[in-house]
Design a binder for this molecule. Structure first.
Ligand code: COA
Length: 391
């Protein structure tokens, strides 16, 4: 058994995100998976294990056993390889790629597929809000009326008050996401929004409005993860996963040390940067888990880009595509969309595309390293990866 293998992404593919009524759960998963296989230029029989990431198909679509579903309908079931679902709420995607990374790093496998999928728009209204609330603590939060939007709003209120942050700063996160998404053909919302539109949208949970919330999305994303040996043997130009780290916090927000610090993100980011032996100023761009605009602000601070309360200094210029710390070139969760199980894998699709210099209109200039932060629910789980360097 080999050890200390370098690990690479060698192919990536995703579907459009959005309200895709004409596409099935399995259809979406297969579309993304086949794109990734084709992009990698491999034969699907070379895949040795499949990790399927998904959060809510059991309740929304009445379909569990997602690993087997993807394996079956992508035509790789005949290879009899293991196909396993990874679930960590909205961090399922990052957690699944981490499992692939560890599996290759350990020397057990050379070629692993990760496929994330979610089909959420088949139900709507209060039923949907109840289901998104299932990622919270059902007994101590959701049962008492808390929803993800309500909890994000409480964080926003306290954060804005304690650090004298104007609501306008939160809205700028969404303005940036929509601007970048306007250049991403796979994004759910490709309309640019002005600060005025972002500030005056329909209220959802004060002070947050429609433009502070990620949408309900359908979509799938897939990547092929491979060993150094495989990449070298086949002369493939992969993008290296330099490091992977995950951390956990209390599930219920009221148990956490702070309502506006995501300790799981702080710890995972610190560990990922440490393992990659990189300082934050080397990161060329980041994809962050801004399911609500307030989380985008808090994450900028918890990842280390700004001191607590100071993200407001970054959101007007620095986070833009051509700014000093480009954030969410894909359009982020707000505008690219948030199909829970696919979201984290989709961050890898964007980073791979960017680091290969193939992101077209939204290409970050000469990127070297990417930081990806994927978060479960209101922050109970965070998974951070650093990518960079082409083999
Ligand atoms: N951003 C921009 N536009 C949005 C949007 C969003 N987040 N959500 C919905 N819209 C648009 C729809 O496209 C639709 O536009 P149209 O009338 O032009 O077709 C309109 O707003 C109404 O859509 P609808 O689906 O009826 O919205 P809704 O009121 O049922 O849901 C939210 C809006 C914000 C409540 C819902 O998107 C939501 O719950 N988001 C958060 C999900 C979440 O919590 N994720 C993280 C879990 S940890």
């Amino acid at each position: 058994m080999r050890t200390l293998n370098k690990v690479y992404i060698i192919g990536a593919g995703e579907t459009k995100y959005g309200e895709l009524w004409e596409k099935s759960l399995r259809g979406l998963a297969v579309e993304a998976g086949l794109k990734a296989v084709e992009n990698a230029g491999i034969f699907s029989k070379e895949i040795e294990v499949l990790y399927g990431s998904n959060s809510l198909a059991g309740t929304i679509n009445g379909q569990e056993n997602i690993g087997s579903l993807i394996s079956d309908f992508s035509g790789i079931a005949e290879n009899n390889i293991p196909a396993i679902r990874i679930e960590a709420s909205t961090a399922s995607g990052g957690a699944a790629v981490r499992q692939a990374y560890l599996a290759v790093k350990s020397g057990e496998y050379d070629v692993v597929m990760v496929g994330g999928v979610e089909k959420m728009t088949d139900i709507y209204g209060s039923e949907m809000i109840d289901l998104t609330s299932s990622v919270l603590d059902r007994e101590w939060e959701a049962f008492l009326g808390a929803t993800p939007a309500a909890l994000a709003a409480m964080s926003a209120r306290k954060y804005m008050k304690d650090f004298n942050v104007p609501k306008e700063a939160l809205s700028m996160m969404s303005v940036n996401d929509h601007l970048n998404a306007s250049k991403n053909p796979h994004a759910q919302y490709r309309n640019k929004i002005t600060l005025e539109q972002a500030s005056n949208a329909t209220p959802v949970a004060e002070p947050l409005n429609l433009m502070d919330c990620s949408p309900i999305s359908d979509g799938a994303a897939a990547v092929i993860v491979a060993s150094e040996e495989y990449v070298k043997k086949n002369g493939i130009e992969g993008v290296e996963i330099l490091s992977s780290a995950a951390s956990q916090d209390y599930l219920a927000v009221h148990s956490r040390k702070s309502i506006y610090r995501l300790d799981s993100t702080v710890l995972a980011a610190r560990a990922a940067l440490g393992k990659a032996k990189l300082k934050l100023d080397k990161i060329s761009f980041s994809e962050i888990h801004d399911s609500y605009s307030i989380y985008g602000m808090i994450e900028l601070e918890d990842l280390g880009f700004a001191e607590k309360g100071k993200a407001k200094d970054l959101v007007y210029e620095e986070i833009k595509l051509n700014g000093s710390i480009p954030i969410n070139p894909s359009g982020g969760l707000k505008a690219k969309g948030n199909p829970f199980g696919a979201t984290g894998v989709g961050q890898f699709v964007e980073a791979y595309t960017q680091l290969k210099g193939k992101a077209g209109e939204r290409q970050v200039k000469s990127p070297e390293y990417a930081l990806l932060q994927n978060m479960g629910g209101t922050g109970s789980t965070s998974v951070v990866h650093i990518l960079g360097g082409v083999a």
